[in-house]
Design a protein around this ligand. Structure first.
Ligand code: T4K
Length: 398
């Protein structure tokens, strides 16, 4: 580690990087590698690698139980899970969705010829603003797809009411929200169904993985058929389907993470508290809040940077941190509507997405998880403070 006493010590300005190894946003959590190895050996011995194997079934049961939902259908990743759900619900035409989300949410719709209609968000929750939705509903609208961004719940009641009033399906992208609650109930039972991601970077990871959870038995049956080419038995195909199956090795990783769930929660909450302590006195830098009465995974350390107060833009801060090997990220910059193909297809979308665009310029994520501890978090805080204390001089040199 190299300490900073003058701005020429900053790695961006030629000094040595503070950290010799990069700190990532999203380095996978694996607390008990030996448990994973044991499971892998058992899978190898069983010679059953995919197609609704023992580990996948256990993974589904444990998730359903933990979330208090009737059905969990494991899928190979969150994106394919969204695609399968969208098809199973028979969505068509247009679907209302935030632009402030990972691009997979929009792609899952566009991939199936459905137009994502981007809706602005509430600046205090970063989630869909229900007040903006009625003006976006047309005769082609078939659903509202909410995203629980950072695991903070959408206003599910308001979205549900809008769905009822306008005859629209309501479904949720809960990719960030495993282990989070809404109104005291674990996220997983809202709307027609909810979709989780268990990508390697997620709170609970299955290397690549996803799941759809629902209380609708008929829908769950349909999802199971669709993820397996429509097969209901040997040589028997009921409907068009795809290959969305989760394999046993992924489920083994998922189960191993579920075994460590309590530790993962404690580590993330500890890190969140440490960051709050080390960053609390830095003017212009605020860490987003989580509802105090809800359960939350604290998987993301999300800062909002007020460039005017800080004296440096979010992007300048990101560059300074990256040079020190703190790989801070700008999720979900620049917003789906400013990415292709949406930018070309809907060039005017930004006019009604003012909050999204402003937020996309402010948000910066810092590393957390089991690969980072007290000293590193303190150092990240010190680097940020140092840069902001010297903002004027640094800006002249950038
Ligand atoms: N909906 C929402 C709201 C989502 O956020 C996502 C996924 C989805 C749907 C779709 O679910 P999946 O189909 O992915 O299951 C990452 C993830 O790839 C993506 O899963 C996630 N959201 C998104 C928010 O973040 P990137 O492009 O930022 O990931 P990447 O590869 O840069 O990894 C982040 C950091 O983690 C890197 O600095 C390196 C480190 N890393 C990563 C991997 C994979 C490791 O150290 N080891 C690893 O194995 O998208």
């Amino acid at each position: 580690m190299a300490t900073k006493s003058a701005i020429s010590d900053l790695a961006f300005l030629g000094g040595p990087p503070y950290f010799s190894e990069p700190l990532h946003v999203g380095q996978p959590n694996l607390v008990e590698p030996d448990q994973f190895r044991t499971r892998i050996n058992e899978i190898l011995d069983r010679r059953w690698f995919t197609n609704d194997g023992t580990c996948v079934q256990e993974f589904e049961q444990r998730i359903a139980q933990y979330l208090g939902v009737a059905h969990c259908v494991a899928i190979c990743n969150g994106t394919v899970a969204l695609e399968i759900l969208i098809r199973a619900l028979g969505l068509t035409g247009e679907v209302i969705v935030p632009s402030f989300t990972f691009v997979a949410t929009a792609h899952a719709l566009q991939w199936q010829g459905i137009t994502p209609v981007f809706c602005d968000i509430d600046p205090s929750t970063h989630n869909l603003n229900p007040d903006q939705i009625p003006s976006l509903i047309t005769s082609r609208t078939s659903a509202i797809l909410g995203v629980h961004v950072w695991g903070r719940p959408c206003d599910v009641d308001a979205l549900g009411r809008l769905g009822e009033q306008h005859g629209l399906d309501v479904l949720f992208d809960a990719a960030h929200a495993f282990g989070c609650s809404q109104g005291g109930q674990m996220i997983g039972s809202n709307g027609r169904a909810e979709v989780f991601s268990f990508h390697a970077t997620k709170f609970v990871n299955a290397i690549e993985g996803g799941a759809i959870t629902t209380n609708d038995a008929q829908l769950a049956d349909q999802l199971r058929l669709m993820r397996n080419f429509g097969f209901s038995g040997y040589d028997q195909v009921e409907s068009v389907g795809t290959n969305g199956k989760m394999n046993e090795f992924s489920a083994a990783m998922g189960l191993t993470c579920l075994d460590s769930l309590q530790t993962l929660l404690e580590v993330n909450h500890r890190n969140d508290k440490l960051y709050r302590g080390f960053l609390s006195d830095i003017p212009g830098v605020s860490l987003i809040d989580y509802p105090a009465t809800e359960r939350h995974n604290r998987q993301y350390i999300v800062l909002e940077i007020d460039a005017d107060t800080v004296g440096l833009s979010r992007d300048q801060l990101q560059k300074l941190l990256t040079a020190e090997n703190v790989l801070a990220r700008r999720y979900f910059y620049p917003g789906c509507h400013r990415m292709e193909p949406y930018r070309s297809l809907y060039p005017d979308a930004g006019r009604s997405l003012r909050v999204t665009e402003a937020l996309a310029d402010r948000v910066l994520l810092l590393p957390t998880g089991t690969c980072i501890g007290h000293d590193q978090i303190e150092s990240v805080g010190e680097i940020l403070s140092f840069c902001i204390d010297h903002a004027l001089e640094i800006r002249r040199l950038l």
